[in-house]
Ligand binder design. Structure first.
Ligand SMILES: NC(=O)c1ccc[n+]([C@@H]2O[C@H](COP(=O)([O-])OP(=O)(O)OC[C@H]3O[C@@H](n4cnc5c(N)ncnc54)[C@H](O)[C@@H]3O)[C@@H](O)[C@H]2O)c1
Length: 334
């Protein structure tokens, strides 16, 4: 079968960031194959607006034979690898699914990309691989010091990609975005949890005293940056993506409550996450030099995000049963 020049296989394309990447790709006229296991965090509804404009495989990247069948059939030129178990709290409860998907799944993709001669492999990693920074910003050359099971598996995956680059001249690029926010995020992560709980007039849990600092990147900017790296990034290189906008979690929570016109008394301080990283912060001079900068300021981005979730409360409510069980296990909720 001759292969199409522009076909991109996107793993985890039914997830929060992957789906935004896919929506943008379809808009650009790119040929897209989404491959996703559809875990609790995956949801094909995120792609409803572009129905029929992409191919879809419900496939687990840990099942190598099925994964191979999809890659053999589609013969993509490019793979963008988002699929992962992504929630730190869940990794603290049980690291094994993270090791399977994030480490073994990534190695399966490396092996099959080599076998089917994929031209470029874009590995989506995270700023969490650096561990926390009390002061200063991490350059791409900084040491990896992950502190929780999630970030340890993401670092392990990256090291396997790096090893393949060194050993086999595997044509890969590694990308490390900072904390994303925006529409369609599964409501177990900070921003949508606060919005969902507040809209339901329920207590809003904040870890410790809320002093942790995160660097916020709108998902639209993140996906645009990844598209930019697809065009301009060099094989063997690593690129941070961030905004330099940092905010303490408690400040972020209060900001969201204000936008929702909800009182601060909804905030409930809960026992801190074990090994909670204090601050993440990345130096983005490398991608800036290449010509990319974020477009969305946090003030406007978070306002639009709050509006989006308020208008899509229905989508979050469909996940409430599963979430209730999960919240009981992390926050000891009754
Ligand atoms: N969300 C963030 O703030 C952030 C920041 C930096 C990096 N990242 C990275 O970006 C990527 C996407 O993150 P996200 O927030 O969109 O995650 P998400 O949890 O919303 O989506 C993950 C997607 O991967 C799929 N998936 C999980 N296990 C799979 C498997 N075994 N086989 C096939 N598909 C599987 C899920 O069904 C889901 O659709 C991840 O690699 C994550 O580590 C996320």
């Amino acid at each position: 079968m001759p292969r199409s020049k522009s076909k991109i296989l996107v793993t985890g394309g039914a997830g929060f960031i992957g789906s935004e990447f896919v929506r943008q790709a379809v808009k650009k006229g790119q040929k897209i194959v989404v491959l996703d296991k559809l875990t609790y965090a995956g949801d094909i509804k995120r792609l409803e607006g572009i129905k029929g404009k992409y191919a879809f495989y419900k496939t687990d990247i840990c099942q190598k034979e099925k994964l191979e069948a999809a890659i053999k059939k589609e013969r993509p030129q490019t793979i963008v690898h988002f699929a992962a178990e992504t929630h730190v709290d869940r990794s603290i409860q049980d690291a094994l699914p993270f090791i399977h998907t994030n480490v073994t799944g990534t190695q399966n993709l490396i092996d099959l990309s080599r076998k089917y001669k994929v031209k470029k492999f874009f590995h989506i990693s995270t700023d969490e691989v650096y561990g926390e920074s009390r002061r200063g910003k991490f350059l791409e050359t900084a040491e990896l010091k992950p502190k929780n099971p999630y970030s340890a598996t993401k670092a392990a995956a990256e090291l396997l990609v790096h090893a393949a680059i060194q050993t086999y001249h595997f044509p890969a690029v590694i990308i490390r975005p900072s904390n994303n926010y925006g529409p369609w995020q599964y409501p177990e992560k900070l921003v949508p949890v606060v919005i969902l709980k507040a809209l339901k007039n329920r207590k809003v849990p904040v870890y410790g005293i809320g002093k942790q600092i995160r660097e916020w990147l709108h998902v639209r900017d993140c996906a645009e940056a990844i598209h930019f790296i697809l065009k301009k990034g060099k094989v063997g290189e690593i690129y941070n993506i961030g905004t330099y906008f940092e905010s303490e979690n408690l400040v972020t929570v209060k900001r969201i409550l204000k936008l929702l016109q909800k009182p601060n008394r909804l905030i409930e301080f809960v026992a801190d996450r074990p090994g909670h990283d204090f601050r993440y912060s990345v130096d983005c001079s490398k991608i800036h030099r290449l010509g990319w900068k974020p477009k969305i300021q946090f003030a406007g981005g978070i306002k639009d995000t709050v509006q989006w979730y308020s208008a899509h409360l229905n989508w979050m409510e469909q996940k409430l049963d599963l979430l209730e069980r999960y919240w009981k296990s992390v926050y000891n909720e009754k």
